[in-house]
Design a protein around this ligand. Structure first.
Ligand code: HGY
Ligand code: MN
Ligand code: MN
Length: 431
């Protein structure tokens, strides 16, 4: 895989002795982590909550302090652009919304690293031939509103703005109302103009880099994701008087579904993962056989054909369980994205630059969803991963060593510079 960018001919910022500032990078990560703080040093900034608003306000302040042009689009995506050079911008960025038990690096690192790259280049007096942009995408996590990557999906025209604004949160709020309430119902049009290229820097959020002793992941793509909500309706009854033979117990079926998901993941092995992350029982009381159970299924695989096979086996199993127990089942799709392949030449460039920075590197797919998988629909896109200690993420204990954060950010800086100075021929798909 030979990168299309002969970066050794380009006087990269690192070749001129420039490095990003570790202190500034860590200080911003620490400051953002103080917004929506939770025990263990992580954050809870569910999309479009007051904490998300406060995080947005802080990032917009940093952007304005850098003199970037800040625009907000109709679904609340924020873009800070250093308007230099000419043509479509080279873009980076990520998200600052978190799951309820978020760590301080997931998403935040990609946004803050993008600002750090720009600040370093400005301080060095290096002006790129293209504008550089940093995106902060709305509701990447999909924890409050589904689907995940909703903001970047609208950004690239994959979801009409009107549908996005009508989305109902798990707490009943309406997305458009929440955008208005927090002051981020922007006027910039959706979808947005396609960037020249998009590179997202993110923690791996898994154990592979650390386990293999590798310092950088050059990401080849993102696995397919299937999210659904299953509602099981049974017969609420007295826990003490109702014989087992007469029960129609939704909690029992929910548990059987969770056990089956574990079994089928083991049966397929490989990249197959299945998760029941949320179960809601009603009336949720110790001495009442539940009336209903509502659970979420998160099923992923790098192979679309296998993913479909697993989905249909799960659907068949759920129907059999419901029949045996005499309960009724309804389900709705919360998210469904096929696996995405990133631009092989850009991923090759990441691998080359990692080696140039004396960092060990391996090509790997992403187990987690990312905004990059949406930007890949409109421009050449790739990702850079840095290791997660013990592979922990979506957990306040999430941690990445400072030297890995710095190396990843320096590689992002060189990557953005290279892409701003080397227009690939049309056949390579670069615009
Ligand atoms: O669920 C995911 O993979 C991402 O964190 N939204
Ligand atoms: Mn993320
Ligand atoms: Mn996440």
């Amino acid at each position: 895989m030979t990168p299309a960018v002969p970066f050794r001919e380009l006087n990269l910022p690192s070749m001129q002795g420039n490095s990003i500032s570790q202190d500034r990078l860590l200080a911003r990560l620490d400051e953002l982590a103080t917004i929506g703080p939770i025990d263990g040093g992580g954050s809870c900034r569910l999309a479009l909550t007051d904490a998300d608003r406060d995080g947005r306000d802080l990032v917009v302040t940093w952007m304005r302090d850098l003199g970037l042009e800040v625009i907000v689009d109709g679904v609340g995506n924020i873009t800070g652009t250093w308007n230099v050079g000419s043509g479509a911008p080279v873009m980076t960025g990520s998200h600052i919304d978190t799951v309820r038990t978020g760590g301080r690096y997931d998403g935040n690192f990609g946004v803050i690293a993008g600002l750090e790259v720009i600040e370093t280049l400005m301080a060095a007096g290096l002006t790129p031939a293209r504008p550089l942009a940093v995106g902060v995408f709305t509701n990447e996590e999909g924890a409050r509103f589904q689907p995940d990557m909703l903001g970047s999906l609208v950004y690239v025209g994959g979801l009409p703005l009107e549908s996005a604004l009508d989305t109902i949160a798990i707490d009943g709020a309406v997305l458009g109302d929440e955008l208005q309430r927090i002051g981020y119902a922007g006027s910039a049009p959706c979808p947005s103009a396609a960037p020249h290229a998009f590179v997202e820097l993110h923690i791996e959020q898994g154990p592979r880099l650390e386990a293999e002793g590798i310092q950088i992941g050059a990401v080849t793509g993102v696995q397919g994701i299937s999210w659904q909500e299953v509602t099981i309706a049974g017969q609420s009854n007295h826990a003490g008087t109702t014989p087992m033979s007469l029960r129609h117990d939704p909690a029992y079926i929910a548990a059987e579904i969770a056990v089956y998901l574990r079994q089928i993941a083991h049966e397929y092995g490989g990249n197959q993962v299945c998760t029941v992350g949320k179960i809601d029982l009603q009336p949720n009381l110790i001495n009442v056989v539940p009336k209903s159970a509502t659970l979420t299924l998160d099923v992923r695989n790098t192979d679309e054909k296998i993913l479909r096979e697993v989905e249909s086996k799960i659907a068949k199993k759920i129907a059999e369980l419901a029949e045996d127990e005499g309960v009724s089942i309804s389900s709705r799709v919360l998210a469904r994205f096929e696996p995405v392949e990133f631009d092989a030449q850009l991923t090759g460039l990441i691998a080359e630059l990692a080696q140039h920075h004396n960092r060990s590197v391996m090509l790997m797919p992403s187990g987690a969803g990312h905004d990059a998988q949406m930007l890949a629909r409109v421009c050449p896109t790739t990702m850079i991963f840095t290791p997660s200690v013990q592979g922990i993420s979506h957990n306040p204990a999430e941690f990445t060593n400072a030297d890995d954060l710095v190396a990843g950010t320096n590689i992002l800086m060189d990557t953005m510079w290279a892409l701003a100075h080397f227009d690939l021929s049309p056949q390579t798909g670069m615009n």
